[in-house]
Design a protein around this ligand. Structure first.
Ligand code: ITT
Length: 195
């Protein structure tokens, strides 16, 4: 089994990444002993790359970080890169209130996964899942804004799905799948040539 260290304090991210990566023979190991520093930017790839550039100095092997957020169209992409802060300070009801009377409830989750090894950032993979903000929170699975987000292909919110089902749709599982395919085709060759 190929193993990457995943620097995050969020166990749900670990579980979702492992659910997406299992079919590729890859797993992630949680590293919450290292701080993930998030710079301010509107671009998740920039935030993930900057965080990775710092943690990769402190980890011996292959390492990943992920930055994600909920971008609500009627709110010009808010809370976006500030999703974690908005969730902690205002909660999911704040988004429902802001959308009261809005013309569209379209939103998207975005995820950027940065991968590095040997002290360097090597690659970044991003993905988007489009959906809608429902009018009332539904479901108790998952984390963050899961109870108010339903991907466009289903009425179910992420919080009404088991991990396996969320993995079919999720921004995070798609970004991690891109990483896995790249790693198996390109990244691992590079690692072998170097060693
Ligand atoms: P780490 O930084 O330690 O990895 P975090 O949860 O703080 O964990 P982010 O900084 O990337 O992660 O913040 C992303 C926030 O966006 C997260 O806290 C949620 O509020 C929201 N979010 C991202 N992906 C989500 C998902 O799949 N389901 C629900 N909410 C999500």
């Amino acid at each position: 089994m190929i193993e990457f260290d995943f620097v995050t304090g969020n166990q749900f991210k670990i579980d979702e990444a492992n659910s997406a990566l299992a079919q590729y023979g890859i797993q992630v190991r949680k590293r919450d002993d290292i701080e993930k520093i998030e710079i301010q930017s509107t671009d998740l790839e920039t935030i993930a790359s900057a965080a990775l550039a710092l943690v990769v100095q402190k980890v011996k092997g292959k390492v990943v970080v992920e930055d994600s957020g909920l971008f609500v169209h009627a709110l010009n992409g808010f809370p976006g890169p500030y999703s974690s802060f908005v969730f902690d300070t205002l909660g999911i009801d704040s988004i429902l209130k802001l959308l009261d009377g809005a013309k569209t409830r379209k939103a998207e989750f975005r995820s950027s996964v940065a991968y590095g090894e040997e002290g360097k950032l090597v690659a970044v993979f991003s993905s988007v899942t489009e959906g809608n903000i429902v009018t009332q929170p539904r479901g108790s699975n998952g984390f963050g804004f899961d109870p108010i987000f339903a991907p466009i292909w289903t009425q179910k919110t992420f919080a009404e799905m088991e991990m396996k089902e969320k993995s079919v749709y999720s921004h995070r599982s798609k970004a991690f799948s891109k990483l896995a395919l790249w790693y198996l085709n390109e990244g691992s060759k590079k690692a072998k040539i170097k060693s």
